[in-house]
Design a protein around this ligand. Structure first.
Ligand code: PFF
Length: 450
């Protein structure tokens, strides 16, 4: 279809694409958000719906998104424009790219603030501030962080700078190097913490909370949150994975690669839950504590365990790194577009995107303190941004992507680009993308928003 190469470079191997896409997928969504929304939505039944959304909707849409990126080999906006032209359908389909760019800015703005919490916690943990703290003290320490707009602004600024520094260098030079070391380290540390959680009295209770299904706890809002989270955690619906797909070598099978990324992402989320909930129950904490859950619970554990200062500091460093490799993919689509279309240098584009995200992030910071009673439909600025992006814009983007690939593109082109090798697998995926994913998303969105 379009060019064989991207002007931004290509991943040097299939493995590097897997690492980069996993780096994008695995982030705050898995370690911070998944546990707290599971806690808020009652546990097991929510987890089951989330897993169904991943398998039936997330993975098929992810294949579609990578496929579009690789076929277009440009930023999502220009990729969609080029493919729409090539397939002789309306250029309005480029709207997928434009809406994605909007979602990217909005998510980046609050993502950076939350990642800033993790940075703050690296230093708190390393200083020994959590040694022997009770759950209540840990909760108070977290509240005092939220009450300080300047501290939040400081860490938000540091994180945004780090993100844009990598985006400015380009994916090959910046990103590939870092994730090759950091992702494996994160997996090792999660395994260590899981082993610790297993020794706690509350492990069984935590396990049951995650895996025993009580459907009476499930509301229609829970279902939309589960679907939204499937998109958020896999970085879908806004072009991040499309942008990364644009740098994927041509001879790689998309299906297998995507399955691997999805499996790793899901594994990290479940392990994070298996670490956090035993700590919650062992210490008599509330699973429904909300966005502070991770930051209120883990310090209690680090304060008790041997070498807690070392493990704790390392853990928050890795959370920050996981967030870093995700936020880079939030910035990449827009920066790539500015380079292609406005002829801007990468550095200048990254500075502008970073500044806009940084300014928007101030709204999130203030929503935890000075503006905590400023609400829209009963939600704070942060809650509104989170709900609007994850639960509406990303699923809507995913719906449009599924319809475009399933209905608007010529099937032969789709088949050639997917390079699945096995016609049966291709057909299963194609039917899912054509029927199951769009109908599922439309149904959940309609019911959830009604
Ligand atoms: N997938 C990331 C996470 O789970 O933390 C968040 C994210 C990154 C969402 C990139 C969307 C995106 F485009």
């Amino acid at each position: 279809m379009a060019e064989q190469n991207s002007i931004h470079g290509l991943w040097r191997s299939r493995w590097l694409f897997i690492l980069a896409a996993t780096g994008s997928a695995v982030g705050l969504g898995n370690i911070w958000k998944f546990p707290y929304i599971t806690g808020e939505n009652g546990g097991g039944a929510f987890v089951l719906v989330y897993l169904l959304c991943i398998c039936l909707i997330g993975l098929p849409v992810m294949i579609a998104e990578v496929l579009l990126g690789r076929a277009g080999r440009q930023s999502p906006i220009n990729t969609m424009t080029a493919i729409a032209k090539d397939q002789q359908v309306s250029s309005a389909w480029a709207g997928i790219g434009w809406m994605g760019a909007m979602s990217g800015f909005l998510i980046l703005s609050f993502y950076s603030v939350i990642a800033g919490w993790a940075l703050d916690y690296v230093f708190n943990t390393a200083s020994g501030a959590f040694s022997g703290v009770t759950a209540q003290q840990s909760g108070e320490m977290f509240s005092s962080l939220l009450a300080s707009p300047l501290t939040l602004l400081f860490w938000h600024s540091v994180f945004m700078f780090l993100t844009m520094a990598v985006v400015a260098r380009g994916v090959n030079k910046g990103l590939e190097k870092a994730i090759q070391v950091l992702m494996p380290l994160l997996f090792i540390l999660l395994a260590v913490l899981l082993a610790y959680a297993y020794t706690l009295d509350g492990f069984g209770q935590g396990f049951d909370f995650l895996f025993s299904f009580d459907f009476s706890k499930l509301s229609s809002e829970s279902v939309i949150v589960a679907l939204g989270h499937a998109f958020f955690t896999l970085s879908l619906g806004m072009g991040a994975i499309m942008a990364y797909g644009a740098y994927m070598p041509g001879n790689v099978s998309i299906g297998k690669t995507v399955l691997m990324v999805g499996a790793l992402d899901t594994l990290v989320a479940l392990v994070a839950g298996l670490i956090i909930f035993p700590i919650v129950f062992t210490n008599g904490l509330e699973p429904s504590a909300g966005p502070g859950l991770l930051f209120q619970t883990l310090p209690v554990a680090f304060g008790q365990m041997p070498f807690g200062i070392v493990f704790g500091s390392l853990f928050f460093i890795l959370v920050a790194f996981a967030a870093w490799s995700s936020s880079i993919s939030l910035g990449e689509p827009v920066v790539a577009w500015a380079v292609e279309t406005l002829g801007m240098g990468r550095i200048k584009a990254a500075v502008i995107v970073g500044l806009v995200g940084w300014v928007l992030g101030i709204g999130t910071i203030l929503s935890f303190n000075l503006w905590s009673d400023v609400t829209l439909f009963g939600k704070t600025i942060f809650d509104t941004l989170d709900f609007l992006t994850a639960n509406i814009m990303l699923p809507l983007g995913g719906l449009l992507i599924a319809v475009f690939v399933g209905w608007k593109m010529r099937q032969n082109d789709v088949m050639a680009e997917a390079a699945m090798g096995n016609p049966l697998l291709f057909n299963i995926w194609h039917i899912t993308v054509k029927f199951i994913a769009p109908v599922g998303i439309a149904f959940v969105l309609y019911n959830g928003l009604k």
